[in-house]
Design a binder for this molecule. Structure first.
Ligand code: C2E
Ligand code: MG
Ligand code: MG
Ligand code: MG
Length: 286
């Protein structure tokens, strides 16, 4: 019902908004138990070398197999998990699962195959991040250089607008770092020189015009931006990965520009591990 905000004014009660907030609250409250009950699953999406057409790696992408709501994409719960802190146990579970799976793939994968795991802002700022990663690598037996951690620009910067120190420790351990959704945040680029970054992932919005705005793949401005980002990445000795590659034409243009790796529906959708196992096995015998 409409309630006074305490200053003698009345807020309009919006039943839709109220229902959404109750739903969010309920979802948030059940998340920690859902992690323990095994309701989350990890899918893997190929990262494909544009030169050789072979797997450069895979990105681990979490989904929630919710008993009532069905399969929920991360957009419906990651921000919520960040707000409540549930991202910490969930993120640890994803890291553990992805590293265990990557270790199992080692037997059939070439020496350059890696698994890429997204780190939330809150995880990146956890005090024990490096110990946690070290413990997972120890538990699973995955060599550190087979793990890539994907961080957005906002996850990389500490409170004092300084790059996080923990990232140096992780890099010294051999873990690779990738900047996710590159080009969508605010950054002064100085951190790229200071940080032990291995790869840049160009946001899909520049590559296929998704998800922020759908433009055509032939938009000359976007193509020039991508070409410039590829040049920048190579000047800094970084591998450059294009996200959101949806068409043949986009893949061809990226290859022509000199982009190293592509990810997107054109190559493959995220899937359970079996499809990756099959692809690795096929490449193994090629
Ligand atoms: P992201 O890390 O930038 O991951 C790429 C997203 O683009 C994925 O969405 C993927 O399914 C989607 N995608 C792949 N190819 C295409 C394409 O050709 N076109 C379009 N339009 N989209 C494509 P998804 O799986 O829904 O994940 C969304 C975001 O949720 C991720 O964006 C990442 O920020 C976050 N996320 C996913 N898994 C995790 C996780 O385990 N931990 C954390 N902290 N965040 C995660
Ligand atoms: Mg990512
Ligand atoms: Mg991304
Ligand atoms: Mg993202």
């Amino acid at each position: 019902w409409a309630k006074s905000d305490g200053r003698g004014r009345w807020a309009v009660f919006d039943p839709d908004r109220h229902a959404r907030e109750v739903a969010r609250y309920t979802l948030a409250a059940t998340m920690p138990a859902a992690v323990e009950h095994g309701e989350f699953v990890v899918e893997y999406q190929p990262l494909v070398s544009l030169e050789s057409d072979r797997l450069w790696g895979v990105e681990a992408l979490v989904r929630w197999r919710h008993p009532q709501l069905g399969l929920l994409p991360p957009d419906q719960f990651i921000n919520l998990a960040e707000e409540t802190g549930a991202i910490v146990p969930l993120g640890r579970w994803v890291l553990q699962s992805a590293c265990a799976q990557a270790q199992a793939w080692q037997a059939i994968a070439g020496p350059d195959f890696r698994v890429s795991v997204n780190l939330a802002v809150r995880q990146a700022h956890e005090q024990d991040l490096t110990e946690e990663v070290a413990a997972v690598l120890r538990d699973t037996g995955l060599p550190a250089d087979r793990l890539v951690l994907e961080l957005t620009e906002s996850a990389i910067m500490g409170p004092a607008a300084e790059p996080l120190r923990a990232l140096h420790t992780l890099a010294e351990m051999g873990v690779r770092l990738a900047i996710d959704d590159f080009g969508t945040g605010y950054s002064n680029l100085a951190y790229l020189r200071e940080l032990p970054v291995h790869a840049l992932k160009i946001a899909g919005s520049f590559v296929s015009g998704t998800p922020t705005a759908r433009r055509t793949s032939t938009d000359p401005v976007d193509e020039r931006i991508v070409a410039t980002l590829v040049e920048l990445a190579h000047a800094l000795d970084l591998t450059v990965i294009a996200e959101g590659v949806e068409t043949d034409e986009q893949a061809a243009r990226l290859r022509a520009i000199g982009c190293d790796v592509g990810q997107g529906w054109h190559f493959a959708r995220p899937s359970g591990p079996a499809a990756i196992t099959a692809r690795l096995a096929a490449e193994h015998h090629r």
